[in-house]
Design a protein around this ligand. Sequence first.
Ligand SMILES: Nc1ncnc2c1ncn2[C@@H]1O[C@H](COP(=O)(O)OP(=O)(O)OP(=O)(O)O)[C@@H](O)[C@H]1O
Ligand SMILES: [Mg+2]
Length: 261
Amino acid sequence: MQNAKVISIVNFKGGVAKSTTSQFMAYGLAEKGYRVLLIDLDQQQNTTYTLMQDDLLDIEKSIYDVFMKNGNIKDTIYNAGAIDFIPSVPDMMQIDFELQGKPDQPYRLHEGLREVESDYDYIILDTPPASPTIIMNALTASNDCIIPVKADSYSLNGIGLLSNSIKPVQKYTNKNLKIVGFLLGFYDNRLLLSKGIKEQLEEVANIFETKIFEQTIRNAVALSEAQAMKQSIFEYAPTGKVTNDIRTFINEYLEGENDGN
Ligand SMILES: Nc1ncnc2c1ncn2[C@@H]1O[C@H](COP(=O)(O)OP(=O)(O)OP(=O)(O)O)[C@@H](O)[C@H]1O
Ligand SMILES: [Mg+2]
């Protein structure tokens, strides 16, 4: 059986829809019949909050145990309807400190995933905005990386930082890491600003030697409403316009995989 493809959703900027993208990719791929594991790597626990029906204080095992090599990763897996997930805990804040100077520091997640890679078709990693060790681990464990970008005037600030963290991974810890593309979200095609950001992003994409996904994700309050209701967007608004943006985006991602580019 083929091993899971691991996709990290990264951007050093906060609030650009990393968690939202991780969630809709996970449920969107599941809707197409794939077996999906979504992992929350962020101490803020936003994805964990959305996916967990239980109280967050009841979490016994989490991704923290995988990083600390406490027991089997399979014991950290919960079910959330069409997908499985591994929750995060506030202790993830300590990871940079805990793993300092450890020779296998960038490989902890990669090693942990070995145990489950034949159980899934896709493993999606929701990353925190600013934790070098966790982002390094995510990128080292991934085949693909997708960079969500918010269509606003500050959206391209900090993109240099991202390039500085992806390059060493591609050079040293994961030569096969592919930057699949930028996904432009919070998009309003009536706004010149949104269009302007898209043009600027084209230049950045050239520097990263990647592309912008043709499909953008519109600005839609349904996404945060669904999260507040602890539902996937496919459940909350199955025929919504934004849900169709998402389905088209997922098809575009899958077509890119088949083209091998
Ligand atoms: N296309 C969109 N239109 C409107 N709101 C959106 C869109 N995408 C995401 N949001 C909302 O924007 C907020 C931030 O999104 P999200 O939490 O996914 O960002 P993030 O990058 O994970 O943030 P953080 O860096 O804090 O982890 C959330 O309330 C989410 O519901
Ligand atoms: Mg997030």
